[in-house]
Design a protein around this ligand. Structure first.
Ligand SMILES: Cc1ncc(COP(=O)(O)O)c(C=O)c1O
Length: 398
């Protein structure tokens, strides 16, 4: 477990310090952070970025996509990245941007939905499993969030969603890879409902966007979630999660340009003359977009499929291991590399605390633990985790 540091800094020094001194101090201070290489991080949807993406990111740190007149080539690479991600999600004509993450992407999606509806308020229907970024988005956008229940498979209850539709509904949100269990909502049915009622449908595939497109070729059951479904208006897909890109790198994709124009603002002062901007941020990282472009080109479809195959393979090893331990089980058979673990008669909070004491970073979702098997996770980490879990359960049962 990382240890505490000796002292805190609260003021900039009058005279600057030598770089080596600062590096040493940083090394000491940052020891408390978890590292992906330790294998102890089993709770995060982010990972150690791919080394090539890190190299590219460092090289192009000065690029600013908030000013495309200064960096037109970087802006073009962002367009190409969006098109490549669009093609991955069955729509090479998609428009949108590489943004700071899933939160920003979800906010932009609801912002567009609200503006397209020409309302300054309204309601948004989400499953209770939706990420809290939708709470943020609705708070910011003066929208009312309507949370509907899940069915027995932990997916959005489609009937409940349809029942929740009113004349005030500006959007329905389906999740393709829920934060808590990696579950995919019935997006096909949601698409049909959204089309029938002429309502905007956003799909949050922040996590699943880099997993679901590969299921078919890996021999897993494919799931409909993308632009192939005619009701889907926008999709969040985050390169800084399963896309292996450096943070910050989220993605917001719209079915067509008209939708992204709904959030377009004029920027009057740039050197290239008046321009339109369709992101929440002004100044924003061009290095992020360029690094995603480079990594998509480097790994290609085969490379990303291999990453998913490895994570899913390890996920199933973890599931088998959990099922071999007396008294614990998975909450639901995983669709992707996210596993919920219930602890039967043993208090889940205590198991969580004991795992933390042994240095494991996992998540606690009210009555179950969540483990995310990311590209930094190795077979040896899964084995050690299962051994510790067994010991903890044995001790707690004594
Ligand atoms: C499904 C989903 N959507 C959105 C987000 C928010 O992403 P970010 O933390 O990059 O803003 C997350 C984060 O885990 C998520 O799981």
């Amino acid at each position: 477990m990382p240890s505490e540091t000796a002292h805190t800094t609260s003021r900039m020094p009058k005279q600057g310090l030598p770089q080596n001194t600062i590096i040493q101090e940083l090394e000491a201070k940052l020891q408390r952070d978890f590292t992906y290489s330790s294998g102890k991080i089993l709770c995060s949807m982010c990972t150690d970025p791919h080394s090539f993406a890190k190299q590219i990111y460092r090289k192009y740190l000065e690029k600013n996509l908030g000013d495309p007149s200064l960096f037109p080539a970087s802006a073009e690479l962002e367009h190409e990245t969006v098109r490549m991600l669009g093609a991955l999600l069955s729509n090479p004509q998609a428009s949108g941007g590489i943004v700071s993450g899933g939160t920003e992407a979800n906010i932009i999606a609801l912002w567009a939905a609200r503006n397209l509806d020409k309302k300054m308020c309204g309601e948004v229907i989400v499953p209770v499993s939706a990420h809290y970024s939708f709470d943020k988005a609705c708070d910011l956008l003066n929208l009312k969030l309507i949370k509907v229940k899940l069915n027995r498979c932990f997916q959005m209850d489609v009937k409940a969603a349809e029942k929740a539709i009113t004349s005030e509904t500006v959007a329905i949100v389906g999740v393709a890879g829920s934060t808590c269990l990696g579950v995919v909502d019935p997006i096909r049915e949601l698409s049909e409902i959204a089309s029938a009622h002429n309502i905007y449908l956003h799909v949050d595939a922040a996590f699943g966007g880099f997993v679901l497109p590969f299921l078919r070729e890996l021999g897993y059951e494919p799931l409909d979630f993308d632009f192939r479904l005619p009701g889907v208006c926008s999709i969040t897909i985050d390169p800084h999660k399963m896309g292996l890109a450096p943070i910050p790198a989220g993605g917001i994709l719209f079915r067509d340009e008209k939708m992204s124009e709904a959030v377009s603002m004029k920027v009057p002062y740039l050197s290239g003359g008046e321009m339109n901007q369709s992101t929440l941020l002004g100044t924003r990282s061009g290095a992020s977009a360029v690094a995603v472009w480079a990594l998509l080109m480097h790994l290609g479809r085969v490379g990303y499929a291999a990453v998913v195959e490895r994570c899913l393979g390890l996920t199933w090893k973890l599931v088998e291991g959990i099922q071999r331990i007396d008294g614990v089980d998975v909450v639901v058979e995983p669709t992707m590399n996210v596993v919920g673990v219930k602890t039967g008669t043993v208090d889940v909070g205590l198991v969580f605390q004991e795992l933390r004491k042994r240095g494991w970073a996992i998540s606690l979702f009210v009555d179950y633990l969540r483990i995310v098997v990311m590209p930094h996770t190795k077979s040896s980490h899964v084995k050690r985790f299962l051994e510790d879990l067994q010991i903890i359960l044995d001790n707690l049962r004594k």
